[in-house]
Structures are given as structure tokens and as C-alpha cells.
Design a protein around this ligand. Structure first.
Ligand code: AMP
Length: 230
């Protein structure tokens, strides 16, 4: 189904846009859309949330530092995040492009990303800002479950699950993230409004911003993003 949407936009290829940022409030579907675009256009995608969760799983020193911050709905420090990204963006697999999901999240991170790109003699092609209201996204997140094994996201009210509590893709255990509980989601929304929303103007001023509604089915949102990119 989604394939037929991509066919309609056959002029778009991974060479059209190589470095994309997906921006938006919690639960708006950045991760879902970023993963689909990555697969379809064969551009590496990385989510800073996934990187941090994997550090927590491994009980690394970074993971131990980040766990309580994430579970309380706050942001991990700009220094830590910029350090992670500086290293990551120098690896070979992202030399020709990347899709960033969850980074940058503050003006300082966006300025840091600009500096990293400048040093690497590259630039962003577009920033896709997904837009939506708090109540809809809170409802959406409350029914979101993540797979412990492959990270796939399942909506328990929309997706038909083959085996209770198991991921449809790999059979791994589905769980609810601690920061996906309603009271923490509200905190994350506040943090988004105070610290991340200013990035919309930051990227608008750089003529990189594409604003797209994140409300609708996955297919509808994909369609709107493709239209904007074209
Ligand atoms: P996400 O999976 O993108 O919703 O991220 C989950 C949590 O990880 C966020 O609520 C933050 O606590 C932390 N996090 C992820 N990316 C960043 C970032 N770029 N800057 C600061 N904290 C981050």
C-alpha cells in the first residue's frame, strides 16, 4: 500500500535528499516515518532515543547517567548528545547521508550539528517538522508498545497482533516504555514546547523547514511528507 504512494513520487530518490531531520512532539510518529523513509530510500536512520535506550540496556556508564533523566521526561545534556553525534556522524555508513530522529532537540544541539556538518563539509537538505495536538498524541503513545529485541513499534489498538505480547516482526517481547506513561508524556510535551519548538523558527530562517501534519494514518502522513519533499 505504502509502496504505491512512493511510486507516485518516483522522481524522489535518496540522491534528492541525503540529510534529513525529523522533528516533532512526543508521539507524533517521527520514529515510524523516519524508519519508513530510511528503508525506502536506503538512507541510514538513527534515533538518539534508541541509542540512549540501548546504552541503558547495556548498563553502560552513559546508560546509567541517562536512565533517570529519560524516565523523568527531561532531556539528556547537550554536551552528552553532541558528543554522541560528533562520533556517529564521522562513521563511514553516514558519509553519504542520514535521517536524524530525535536530534537536535535544543537550539544548542542544532548549532552544534551545524558546526559538525561544517567540519565534515556537508549540510542538511531538509527538516521535516511533524505537527499535532497534545491530546491526540498522548492517546497514541498510551497504546504504543516497543519490541525489546528489534525496536519495532506496535499500536495495541490499531495493529492486529499475531501473538499476545509479542512483536509481529521478530517475536520479541513487547513492553511499554517508562516514559510513555501519561504523566511523563505531559512532562515531555512541556519540555518539547520549551526547548525543542524554537527549532521550528531556527530552521524556517534557514529555509530548511517543511511543516507537515502528523495527525492521520501512517499512510496519509507519509503521503504529505512526500508531497512536501517533492
Ligand atoms: P525519543 O525516543 O526520541 O522519544 O527519546 C526518549 C528520551 O531520550 C527523551 O525524552 C530524552 O530524555 C532522551 N533524548 C533523546 N534524544 C535526545 C536529545 N537529542 N537530547 C536530549 N535528550 C534526548
Amino acid at each position: 500500500m505504502v509502496d504505491s504512494i512512493y511510486r507516485r513520487y518516483s522522481s524522489l530518490t535518496s540522491k534528492t535528499f541525503m540529510r534529513l531531520v525529523f522533528l516533532g512532539p512526543p508521539g507524533i510518529g517521527k520514529g515510524t516515518q523516519a524508519k519508513m523513509f530510511s528503508k525506502k530510500f536506503d538512507i541510514p536512520h538513527f534515533s538518539t532515543g534508541d541509542i540512549l535506550r540501548s546504552e541503558i540496556e547495556q548498563k553502560s556508564s552513559l546508560g546509567l547517567k541517562a536512565e533517570s533523566i529519560i524516565n523523568s521526561g527531561h532531556l539528556v545534556s547537550d554536551d552528552i548528545m553532541l558528543n554522541i553525534m560528533e562520533k556517529r556522524l564521522q562513521q563511514d555508513d553516514v558519509k553519504t547521508g542520514y535521517i536524524l530522529d530525535g536530534f537536535p532537540r535544543t537550539i544548542l544541539q542544532a548549532e552544534g550539528l551545524d558546526k559538525i556538518n561544517k567540519r565534515l563539509q556537508q549540510r542538511l537538505d531538509a527538516v521535516i517538522a511533524l505537527d499535532g495536538d497534545e491530546e491526540t498524541t498522548i492517546k497514541r503513545i498510551s497504546s504504543r508498545r516497543s519490541c525489546r529485541n528489534c525496536g519495532a513499534i506496535t499500536n495495541i489498538h490499531i495493529d492486529s497482533i499475531k501473538e499476545e505480547g509479542k512483536c509481529n516482526h521478530c517475536g520479541g517481547e513487547l513492553y511499554q516504555r517508562d516514559d510513555d506513561k501519561p504523566e511523563i508524556i505531559r512532562k515531555r510535551w512541556l519540555v518539547y514546547q520549551n526547548q525543542t519548538e524554537p527549532l521550528i523558527n531556527y530552521y524556517r530562517n534557514k529555509s530548511l523547514l517543511l511543516k507537515v501534519s502528523g495527525i492521520g494514518t501512517i499512510k496519509e502522513v507519509t503521503n504529505s511528507i512526500l508531497l512536501e519533499l517533492e
